[in-house]
Design a binder for this molecule. Structure first.
Ligand code: ZN
Length: 248
């Protein structure tokens, strides 16, 4: 059964700036969804302006993986929807957080830190160096990816220590950045992936699309996994209670 990916985008810049619309005529979500469809995923898209931002209980229930792109309108995302998404991640839904969504409510809620960073827009070269070559997210990727024109993000990036750091970026201006970060949260997996500024055609780049697909696969929950048991629990072994002290 193919994995169902819901590609979420605030979809603001593409409608307000011709420069962005020229790069992403179907929206950033349209480009990402098409790239994932080509690679075997079932995709649907959702945007900020839809009722409940397109993320109703029904949509989230059928979603294995949610990807999130936002920048200009983080504050317009309803807190109830954020809570609903967070609950689904803790329950196993995969989440791929993209570029400026480092400041999204959902990422900050799952990280518990400010998620602040340095930035600069100067169309500079970025090299994403693979820092965990054994990780499935870098399957098919050489030892680095070069993005010819990128917005710079620099350390310090205020995130919890990643469970695995898959990419570290270098920028022409000299900064470095943890640009591919894996986390486990509850029963869910989260991947933060840095590239994706709206005025550069980053999501059209083959290696970037490959990483997006690998990431969606890595965060996909196993539908057949056993239910997690919590609470008061009977012992499997017989316990010798002869020495039990009375509390009365
Ligand atoms: Zn940006």
């Amino acid at each position: 059964m193919p994995t169902t990916v819901t590609v979420w985008n605030e979809y603001v810049h593409e409608r307000e700036h011709d420069e962005v619309a020229d790069i992403y005529p179907d929206g950033i979500h349209g480009t990402i969804a098409a790239a994932l469809e080509e690679r075997g995923f079932d995709t649907q898209t959702a945007t900020l302006e839809e009722p409940e931002h397109g993320l109703t209980e029904d949509v989230l229930d059928e979603t294995d993986v949610l990807t999130w792109w936002g920048h200009a309108a983080h504050d317009e995302v309803d807190d109830d929807v954020v809570e609903r998404v967070k609950a689904r991640v803790l329950d196993g839904m995969g989440l791929v957080v993209l570029h400026s969504a480092h400041y999204s409510k959902i990422f900050r809620a799952l990280m518990g830190t400010s998620c602040g960073l340095k930035w600069r827009e100067a169309a500079e070269t970025e090299r994403l160096w693979v820092t965990n070559p054994a990780h499935p997210i870098v399957d098919g990727i050489d030892d680095h990816i070069e993005v010819p024109e990128a917005e710079m993000y620099g350390e310090h990036f205020d995130i919890p220590e990643p469970d695995s750091l898959v990419f570290t970026s270098w920028f022409e201006g000299g900064e470095v950045f943890r640009s591919g970060c894996c986390y486990y949260r509850g029963e869910g997996r989260v991947f933060y992936f840095r590239p994706g500024h709206e005025t550069y055609p980053v999501y059209h780049q083959e290696e970037i699309q490959r990483v997006l697909a690998n990431a969606c696969e890595w965060v996909t929950p196993n539908r057949d996994r056993p239910e997690v048991v919590r609470g008061n629990y009977d012992s499997i072994e017989d316990i010798d209670t002869s020495d039990e002290r009375s509390v009365h």
